[in-house]
Write a protein that binds this ligand. Structure first.
Ligand SMILES: O=c1[nH]cnc2c1ncn2[C@@H]1O[C@H](CO)[C@@H](O)[C@H]1O
Ligand SMILES: [Zn+2]
Length: 393
């Protein structure tokens, strides 16, 4: 044996190859670059901001103006087990988001909070038609929110973080303004609006009621996602895809109803589930929100575990950070605990989300190659350096 060989031997003993990677720590999860496709602006206010805006505007409808109590109230009220009851809580947030200043403030704080949590790209949605009661026009609403998003991006840079945010304009599915909102989204394509969505109570309001809006957007080569397969099952998903032509599914979690796992572990996909997987249809999964509205009963039983194993185009999202007292890091932490996910799994969800974003292909690719993968690589290699080698971010 040469002396060189023995050195190699010693080195190999000093640094054994890890057999299985350690579970990511909460700090690593927070530092990891994250991508968020499904987050409601009116579901993500800071409790203190809701209280302050209510005082400034003389809104008397809040159950309390103490920020801690108010935060707890939103979570408890949203924890009802029904989507309809969950949605009632939004009356309070939209009530204080009726002026340009309030919209700009809420949008800027939203971006600050996401950046602080390590989100590098987000698509944040809201329904312009719900912000008109004090006399704003639809266009003024969009401008005020965009101004806030840009301000938030600047504040993030000043705090040493980088984030890019696009808006999605939502139409309410029980209302009749979807074509108008789709046109509004299309008009603002060059100024920060990256797509369109429909939201609100699902049962009784099928997406086909809004076919004219979707057909218009297709003719304009624009993008849209549809809340489907959350409170209602496969027919809603089927309509969203095969009648309306959705690019992504908001939730889509009930696709699980079309997947059978036999006792011996054999998996059988129905035609719709097979289509969703074959076509790489992005699923904007929101685990905590689903626990609150009754679409799943625990993190461990959430369909995301199986959907990830079967390699559906699954993504992880917050839905409503205020009502669920959550963040991207918290969603990831719950999943790490429930399914033993590693940094590789978290990167997989993040790359899936970035691939599914509504910004141009070259920009998505650059985000994946120049921001997301290097970010995870730095976290994965921390063990090589004394003191863990954690980078300041
Ligand atoms: O998970 C959800 N499912 C359906 N609708 C929702 C969900 N979260 C929020 N909204 C609805 O979307 C509107 C615009 O942001 C909110 O006001 C709320 O009514
Ligand atoms: Zn939603």
């Amino acid at each position: 044996m040469t002396s060189d060989d023995s050195r190699t031997d010693t080195a190999a003993h000093r640094v054994p190859l890890p057999v299985s990677p350690p579970a990511p720590t909460e700090e690593q999860i927070r530092r990891a670059p994250k991508v968020l496709l499904h987050d409601h602006l009116d579901g993500g206010l800071r409790p203190a901001t809701v209280a302050e805006l209510a005082s400034e505007q003389g809104y008397e409808g809040l159950p309390t103006r103490d920020p801690a109590e108010l935060g707890a109230w939103f979570v408890a009220a949203a924890d009802s087990g029904s989507l309809e009851r969950y949605l009632e809580t939004f009356a309070h947030t939209t009530a204080v988001m009726q002026t340009a200043d309030a919209l700009t403030r809420v949008a800027a704080e939203c971006v600050e909070d996401l950046a602080e949590d390590g989100v590098v790209y987000a698509e944040v949605r809201y329904a312009p038609e719900q912000h008109l009661t004090a006399g704003l026009t639809l266009t003024e609403v969009v401008r005020a929110v965009n101004e806030g998003f840009r301000e938030g991006e600047r504040r993030a840079i000043a705090a040493g973080r980088r984030i890019r945010v696009g808006a999605l304009l939502t139409a309410m599915r029980h209302a009749a303004r979807s074509l108008e909102i789709a046109e509004l989204a299309n008009e603002h394509r060059e100024s920060g609006v990256v797509g369109f969505d429909i939201a609100g109570a699902e049962a009784g309001f099928p997406p086909t009621r809004h076919l004219d809006a979707f057909e218009y957007l297709k003719r304009e080569n624009n993008h849209f996602t549809i809340h489907a397969g959350e409170a209602f099952g496969l027919p809603s998903i089927w309509q969203a895809l095969q009648w309306c032509g959705a690019d992504r599914l908001g939730h889509g979690v009930r696709i699980i109803d079309d997947i059978e796992v036999a006792e011996d572990g054999e998996v059988r996909l129905g035609r719709l589930a097979a289509y969703v997987r074959d076509k790489r249809v992005p699923l904007e999964l929101c685990p905590t929100s689903n626990l609150q509205t009754g679409a799943a009963s625990s993190y461990a039983e959430h369909p995301i575990g199986l959907l990830r194993e079967l390699r559906f185009r699954a993504t992880v999202n917050t839905d409503n950070r205020l009502m669920s007292d959550t963040s991207m890091s918290r969603e990831f932490t719950h999943l790490v605990r429930a399914f033993g996910y590693t940094l590789d799994d978290l990167q997989w969800f993040t790359v899936n989300a970035m691939k599914s974003a509504f910004i141009p292909f070259d920009e998505r690719l650059a985000m994946i190659n120049d921001v997301i993968k290097p970010g995870y690589a730095a976290l994965r290699s921390a063990w090589l350096f004394h003191g863990g080698g954690e980078l300041r971010s």
